[in-house]
Write a protein that binds this ligand. Structure first.
Ligand code: NAD
Ligand code: IPM
Ligand code: MN
Length: 356
């Protein structure tokens, strides 16, 4: 296969973890005789510095024309005081919208090799394996009107949390389909005791569920679901939720593997190129120090092979390589500070494992 990948390294540790992911991708290409043609483009703070905007039109065009898009991370303190429309994060949000990738898959599991790194007791976290399906292009992230004004001499800020039934049904449908290939359970997470959008969410999810009688559906309020993710993480299979709740719960799910540095994601749904990026941010506190865990990015590259390019066997090879490296005791400092490997050393170990 020849595939064109648009690479958007972005800011902070983004370029470092992208390097690692790219090397492992090229190792897979060599082993399975594929060719991945990678072109790098600007996004986020790097794009603001270079051309004055977080998502240049040339980047959108290149992403639309690629077979898959791979992103590192955006954002950092340098750009935090810019107006909302010119922040690095706005570039990422606009890219998700431009690609129409409404379904964000964020798997999290307790890796047997990392059980001691989890803040949860081994007997609580063991066996946990949850697929968070986060709606990605709706809700309070995008609803209009939004902004600031002043009322009675006081500054006021507002956004609109809104979902229509189509937005809910299409992501629910994908979540049920995914559950069919797993343990056939969907937990839909909402705040239906308070929010109007959540009440519609629950209604529509129930309607979609009728087409999936073989999948068990339960509903849970987001506050207690957050608690359950810590107290009984192994009780979840697919966790389906809206954009904002999914953002929060997916970072919380870092307590399963013991670090956010191990969490990958895939954003799909539109039929065009998917967007693949680790769950973590630009980690300004460790950027440029060869300390970042590249595993989340490498596992995102595996998700790109599976969900973006249809290369299942290759995806498994990459995931098995990460697992073998961790099982062999090679780890970055976020998992355990003692005898930690650097970003480059960890990625090189995965490359060696793939090469066999
Ligand atoms: P963060 O995920 O960047 O960092 C949180 C903590 O986790 C930090 O202590 C960091 O060092 C650590 N960490 C994150 N990734 C790691 C890795 N791969 N290896 C080891 N340690 C890692 O979240 P934050 O500090 O809240 O945000 C920093 C910036 O990143 C902000 O500007 C935010 O908007 C942005 N952000 C971007 C994305 C994205 O691009 N997808 C996601 C989240 C946050
Ligand atoms: C994520 C990030 C983004 C989000 C930010 C950087 C816009 O936190 O991908 O989880 O909130 O979706
Ligand atoms: Mn987030």
């Amino acid at each position: 296969m020849i595939a064109n990948v648009a690479l958007l390294p972005g800011d902070g540790i983004g370029p470092e973890v992208c390097d690692g992911a790219l090397q492992t991708l090229q190792a897979v290409a060599a082993r399975f005789s594929h060719e991945f043609r990678v072109q790098t483009h600007l996004i986020g703070g790097a794009a603001i510095d270079a051309v004055g905007e977080p998502l240049p039109a040339a980047t959108v065009e290149a992403c639309r024309g690629a077979d898959a898009v791979f992103l590192g991370a955006v954002g950092g303190p340098r750009w935090d005081s810019l107006p909302p429309a010119r922040r690095p994060e706005k570039g990422l949000l606009a890219l998700r919208r431009a690609l129409g990738v409404f379904c964000n898959l964020r798997p999290a599991r307790a890796w047997p090799a990392c059980l001691r790194a989890s803040p949860l007791r081994p007997e609580v976290v063991a066996g946990a394996d949850v697929m968070i399906v986060r709606e990605l292009t709706g809700g309070a992230y995008f609803g209009e009107p939004r902004g600031r004004d002043s009322a009675q001499g006081r500054r006021r800020a507002f956004e609109t949390g809104s979902y229509d039934e189509h937005e809910i049904a299409r992501v629910a449908r994908l979540a049920f389909g995914i559950a069919r290939h797993r343990r056939r359970k969907v937990c839909s997470v909402d705040k239906a005791n308070v929010l109007e959008t959540s009440r519609l969410w629950r209604e529509v999810v129930c309607e979609v569920a009728r087409d999936f009688p073989d999948v068990q559906l339960e509903h849970q309020l987001v506050d207690s679901a957050a608690m359950r993710l810590c107290f009984a993480p192994a009780s979840f299979d697919v966790l389906l939720t809206e954009n904002l709740f999914g953002d929060i719960l997916s970072d919380q799910a870092a307590c399963l593997p013991g670090t956010v540095g191990l969490l990958p994601s895939a954003s799909v749904g539109a039929g065009g190129p998917g967007l693949f990026e680790p769950v973590h941010g630009s980690a300004p506190d460790i950027a440029g120090r060869d300390m970042a865990n590249p595993a989340g990015a490498i596992l995102s590259a595996a998700m790109m092979l599976r969900h973006g390019l249809g290369l299942e066997q290759e995806a498994r090879c990459m995931e098995a390589a990460v697992e073998a490296v961790l099982a062999g005791g090679v780890h970055t400092a976020d998992l355990r500070p003692a005898k930690a490997a650097g970003t480059r050393e960890f990625a090189a170990a995965v490359v060696r494992e793939i090469a066999g």
